[in-house]
Write a protein that binds this ligand. Structure first.
Ligand SMILES: C[S@@+](CC[C@H](N)C(=O)[O-])C[C@H]1O[C@@H](n2cnc3c(N)ncnc32)[C@H](O)[C@@H]1O
Length: 249
């Protein structure tokens, strides 16, 4: 995880560098999906920072402003009707998805999170104690609530293992699936396998913290794609071919 402790100047330099140097996705991808700073990036960051401050939150456990801006960009460009994410914590990434859906004037974000009620964190599926579990049900997604972004948001509290299969079956098709919950090998692999059949043609599977385990690399290879990552952290896979309408976006 990248911690959001940097000056605004450094943020812009970083963002610019990341967009000039094509990521490992290759030139075609970069030309088609111009992931660039969109107008309002500073304002978005300020709004989120303000909500974090007003909620008096500590460690953020989010991907940091650059990658959250990438999530925002993807959503603005691809205009998905349905996004499903696992792992909400304070709702920082959720806020970026939701700001983009608001700007698109369409779409719903379904978020699943398993709050942990002890300050010692929770043991994940690989037996590792993980402190990134949000502590307390009322803390899940507080940033979203503080920013008043709940109109396009459905929050489901519980284990993704229990809730994800039913949610996907009810939805039928999703535009984006984003994993950021239990980063054990076992759980990551399970989420990718579970979500993939429901991703619409042209839709995306995205995952934070792919560097933690071989799960994303193995899954990508299993579906016949080279693993594609942003900053060796955010993995992305597209289902099927590029949707022509996105080429002009
Ligand atoms: C890294 S944080 C999510 C950060 C968030 N996506 C962001 O960027 O702002 C991980 C979250 O996943 C949740 N979590 C862990 N295991 C889970 C599981 N099996 N099902 C659902 N949520 C889980 C934790 O409670 C924690 O809130």
């Amino acid at each position: 995880m990248i911690k959001a402790k940097t000056s605004l100047g450094a943020y812009w330099r970083e963002l610019k560098a990341r967009t000039i140097v094509p990521w490992r996705l290759g030139r075609d991808f970069h030309r088609t999906y111009r992931v660039e700073p969109l107008p309002g990036a500073r304002a978005r960051r300020r709004l989120v920072d303000k909500a974090v401050r007003e909620c008096g939150l500590g460690e953020r456990y989010s991907v940091g402003p650059w990658l959250n801006e990438v999530l925002y960009n993807f959503t603005r460009i691809a205009r998905p009707d349905v996004i499903v994410e696992t792992g909400v914590h304070y709702g920082i990434s959720s806020a970026y998805w939701l700001m983009a859906l608001e700007a698109n004037q369409k779409g719903t974000l379904y978020s699943i999170d398993l709050p942990c009620l002890t300050p010692e964190g929770q043991v994940n599926a690989d037996g590792v104690r993980d402190l990134s579990y949000v502590t307390g049900v009322d803390q899940t997604g507080v940033v979203v609530k503080r920013m008043g972004l709940t109109a396009r948001w459905k929050l489901l509290l519980g284990d993704a293992r229990t809730l994800l299969p039913g949610l996907l079956a009810d939805l039928g098709r999703v535009g984006f699936f984003y994993h950021d919950s239990d980063h054990s090998y076992e759980h990551q692999s399970w989420e990718y396998r579970t979500a993939w059949p429901y991703i619409a043609a042209g839709g995306w599977l995205m995952s934070d913290d792919v560097q933690w385990t071989p799960a994303f690399t193995e899954f990508s290879q299993g579906v016949g794609q080279a693993p594609k990552t942003w900053l060796n952290q955010l993995g992305v896979l597209q289902k099927g071919t590029l949707v022509p309408s996105l080429r002009s976006a």
